[in-house]
Design a protein around this ligand. Structure first.
Ligand SMILES: Nc1nc2c(c(=O)[nH]1)N[C@H]1C(S)=C(S)[C@@H](COP(=O)(O)OP(=O)(O)OC[C@H]3O[C@@H](n4cnc5c(=O)[nH]c(N)nc54)[C@H](O)[C@@H]3O)O[C@H]1N2
Ligand SMILES: Nc1nc2c(c(=O)[nH]1)N[C@H]1C(S)=C(S)[C@@H](COP(=O)(O)OP(=O)(O)OC[C@H]3O[C@@H](n4cnc5c(=O)[nH]c(N)nc54)[C@H](O)[C@@H]3O)O[C@H]1N2
Ligand SMILES: [Mo]
Length: 754
């Protein structure tokens, strides 16, 4: 689609109303229902479901979420979760998207389809190219494609190239990929993390000295109290529910803070336990606080003030390990109660009840996900959660700590491998020494700055290692236009998606092996490694016979870089992944004895200072409490705050199906959930069709035709699925410090649909 105007108009067919049906909500997550749904999905995909080898030593790491695996001795025969099974089935599908398909379907035709339809076409089999002015992709060999990419790299300024990563990429592929960017001379390494847990990294790195969580799975099992804030584990981390169930059996308590009463948090039937399959299940959350969107900073400040008032602080811990204590306590004493009420929509008792539970608990963990990271004030919010953990000494002791629950299965490992647009100097120095070139020091583009640069004509080569950049990013129309300025786009992908259909000059699709596929190099089966949400590193070995000729991600990077730079190490690494791991061991801290330690069942743990109460990596040398300024999000009359979230039948931009059965939605996705009182105030009825209109400094954005669903979300709030609603999120609406799009707080109003 080289016609820029076409890219500017939302495709009417792909955005057509899809007639969702609304039925009763489910009260409990998983159980036998979950098992059957996953089986049904796999059968419809004509897919192989090698569940018995997922998440087990010697097996394949589930390409779903990053939740850690139980210790080898404690694993079930099937470490099962419905949505992990769907992720595997999506990958092991029997359908194939071949050159014949591309000959039949023009770019224009494919653009009229949804990403759901595109994904249904199956696994990509052959490298494809779309040349300027052409209407159809045509086949090309890997070698010819690599030549074109390497030649482009030689023609442009290094900073005119951008290398995006999605979090499924293995440590080995990620390491080679960041090395290729730096060898070219750029730190333009945006990744999905920029839209995901970047706020967590920013808040944790500056206060406790590591941008990761501090707890282990054992801590989860043994915590006296777990506070889960802004996450929906029943859908997005189903295996976490089994860990929560175990924590409850050990006598622990759980509090859920969420504008939506999510099924998994309120009740859970464990498909692993016979009782769960047939019986009632476990009521997981002891308390549910239906907070207003964006209210968490005010809530945790009020909680901290209450704990200070009660003197329920761990003074010994504060004296020995912390700094910034007095200023922070002083700041918290001067809070305004009206701000608390306006921001949270909760009564003051919510705070006193939680403070009681905190005082009673032996060990408190706070878990969080996208509900806290995708707001303008996300970094201050998460710093306030750190304040809470530090004030109460819940850091670096059993059953206590910070638990940002990661998304993509290796998103944390990719960052450890150096996929970061703002690399730390020591990493660059070690790479330079190991490989004998000088890495660039200038910081690169993150996701939002990549789109800005492309919009301004500064990006000539855009390469993506997985993901679906155009659909996952905000401000769809702006992004589509920006990406159609790029001279060469290259997508390493397993499946067709919308990003392949937004083209500037030349576009190349390079199909790649996936996690479950067997990866053979020089006659030897290769394993890769991944890091889970809790910093455990372990191997993943694909078993399935892939389409002949498909290349692996490390091989693709190695071949391109070999052609571009000619250094001897590229093909050595691509041909034997133990060579990559040796380089990782030499350049990334914590990977000593890499090859030996991954042979152990369950792998090994990366160093984690805060886990041992070591805060020497913090700029201040001690764990740092911070005074955070609260600005209550003001919503004009007649408007609501909209969050954009996942249904139960999707993996980010990959749509598995059109149901969200826990929320009672079937056969369609264009719904907006609104509190019944808000419906009354806005003159809306359940079933009305509305356009959602977002308001921003530069004008309005519109997502057409959504069905209003009355739902018990917090008052003043609404919710709808992404990626359909990404068109509403202004590119410039991002979080302070982390620059993450504010996907969970967009001011909107509704207009009757045309
Ligand atoms: N099956 C499946 N698994 C996945 C994914 C998937 O798409 N499908 N995606 C993966 C990825 S990349 C990620 S990052 C994770 C995402 O995991 P989640 O963060 O659980 O995903 P979301 O659907 O965005 O849900 C956000 C939750 O936060 C709540 N929330 C929103 N705003 C606020 C707020 O202001 N305050 C509070 N307290 N709560 C709020 C919402 O009501 C919702 O329950 O899941 C990973 N796992
Ligand atoms: N409005 C809104 N927007 C959001 C979010 C939100 O909550 N609201 N969440 C954000 C978050 S948390 C994230 S992480 C991003 C996700 O952003 P991305 O990671 O870019 O998106 P995905 O949908 O996960 O990518 C799916 C594509 O990855 C490719 N793929 C799958 N497996 C493999 C593989 O093994 N190898 C290769 N090479 N390719 C593979 C397939 O072609 C598939 O089409 O979206 C963000 N966008
Ligand atoms: Mo994510």
């Amino acid at each position: 689609m080289n016609d820029k105007r076409a890219a500017r108009e939302l495709n009417p067919e792909a955005n057509a109303y899809d007639h969702p049906e609304v039925a009763d909500r489910k009260r409990a997550a998983a159980g036998i229902g979950g098992v059957l749904h996953a089986m049904d999905f796999a059968i419809r995909q004509n897919a192989l479901l090698p569940l018995w080898v997922t998440n087990k030593p010697g097996g394949v790491d589930c390409p779903g979420c990053a939740w850690p695996d139980p210790a080898p001795g404690e694993q079930k025969i099937v470490e099962f979760c419905e949505n992990g099974a769907k992720a595997v089935a999506e990958e092991t599908t029997g359908e194939r998207c071949t050159p014949e398909f591309f000959a039949e379907h023009s770019i224009e035709d494919m653009r009229a389809e949804t990403d759901y339809w595109l994904g249904r076409q199956g696994r990509l089999t052959t490298p494809m190219i779309l040349r300027p002015g052409e209407s159809h992709y045509s086949p090309i060999t890997y070698g010819e494609a690599f030549d074109i990419i390497a030649e482009k790299m030689g023609e442009i300024e290094p900073d005119e190239a951008v290398f995006y990563t999605s979090g499924r990429t293995s440590n080995e592929a990620a390491y080679m990929y960041q090395l290729m960017a730096r060898r070219l001379g750029t730190n333009n390494l945006p990744d999905c993390s920029n839209m995901c847990h970047e706020s967590s990294g920013a808040a944790l790195g500056s206060t406790i000295g590591i941008g990761k969580g501090t707890v282990t799975l054992d801590d989860i099992h043994n915590a006296g109290l777990i506070i889960t804030v802004g996450q929906n584990p029943g859908t997005n981390h189903p295996r976490m529910l089994a860990a929560l169930e175990q924590q409850k059996r050990n006598g622990g308590k759980i509090v859920a803070i969420n504008p939506l009463p999510e099924a998994g948090l309120l009740n859970f039937r464990n498909p692993q336990a016979v009782r769960g399959v047939v019986g009632e299940g476990t009521a997981l959350a002891d308390e549910y606080m239906r907070i207003r969107l964006n209210g968490d900073l005010a809530f945790f400040q009020a909680l901290n003030r209450e704990l200070i008032r009660r003197d329920a602080l761990d003074h010994e811990f504060l004296d020995e390990y912390c700094t910034g204590v007095e200023e922070t306590i002083e700041h918290l004493k001067n809070l305004n109660d009206d701000d608390y009420a306006a921001a949270t929509g909760l009564r003051p008792e919510a705070v006193t009840r939680l403070a009681d539970m905190v005082e009673e608990a032996d060990g408190v963990i706070v878990c969080w996900a996208m509900g806290t990271t995708q707001h303008k004030n996300s970094v201050p919010t998460l710093k306030e959660i750190v304040n809470f953990l530090l004030l109460t000494g819940n850091m670096g002791k059993p059953g206590a700590g910070a638990c940002p629950v990661r998304g993509h299965s290796n998103v944390q490992g990719d960052r450890t491998m150096g996929i970061w647009e703002r690399p730390p100097e020591p990493l660059l120095a070690r790479l330079d020494k190991e490989f004998g070139f000088t890495s660039p020091r200038k910081h690169g583009y993150d996701v939002v700055n990549t789109i800005r640069a492309a919009r301004d004509g500064k990006v000539k080569l855009f390469m993506a290692m997985g993901g679906n950049f155009v659909r996952a990013t905000p401000d769809t129309l702006v992004t589509e236009e920006a990406m159609s300025n790029v001279e060469l786009t290259v997508h390493v992908s397993t499946k067709l998606n919308g990003s392949h259909l937004i083209n500037g000059g030349t576009s190349i699709i390079l199909p790649a092996l996936a996690r479950t596929d067997q990866d053979m190099q020089n006659g030897v089966i290769q394993s890769v490694t991944v890091e889970d949400s809790m910093g455990m590193v372990h191997t993943s070995t694909g078993r399935r016979t892939a389409n002949p000729g498909l290349m692996s991600e490390p091989r693709i990077v190695g071949e391109i870089a070999h052609r571009a730079f000619g250094d001897p190490f590229w093909l050595e690494m691509a041909g034997d992944y133990t060579v990559i791991r040796r380089h990782i061991e030499n350049t990334i801290p914590g990977f000593a004895d890499y090859e030996t330690r991954i042979q152990r069942p369950g792998g090994f743990a990366l160093p984690n200072g805060p886990r041992e109460r070591n805060f020497s990596n913090v700029p201040a040398g001690k764990a740092t409490l911070t005074p955070n300024t609260l600005e209550v999000l003001r919503v004009p009359e007649g408007h609501l705050i909209l969050q954009t979230l996942r249904s139960h039948d999707q993996y980010n931009t990959t749509i598995y199906g059109l149901d969200d059965r826990y929320r009672g939605i079937y056969d369609g996705r264009r719904v907006v959930f609104v509190n019944p009182d808000d419906c009354r105030d806005l003159g809306l009825n359940d079933g009305d069709l509305v356009d959602i209109v977002s308001v921003w400094e530069d004008g309005e954005r519109r997502a057409p035709t959504f069905r209003v669903v009355e739902y018990d979300t917090a008052k003043g709030c609404a919710a709808a699925y992404f990626p359909e609603t990404n068109v509403l999120i202004p590119l410039d609406s991002t979080a302070e410090t982390s620059n993450t799009p504010t996907s969970k707080s967009i001011i909107v109003r509704f207009e009757p649909a045309a």
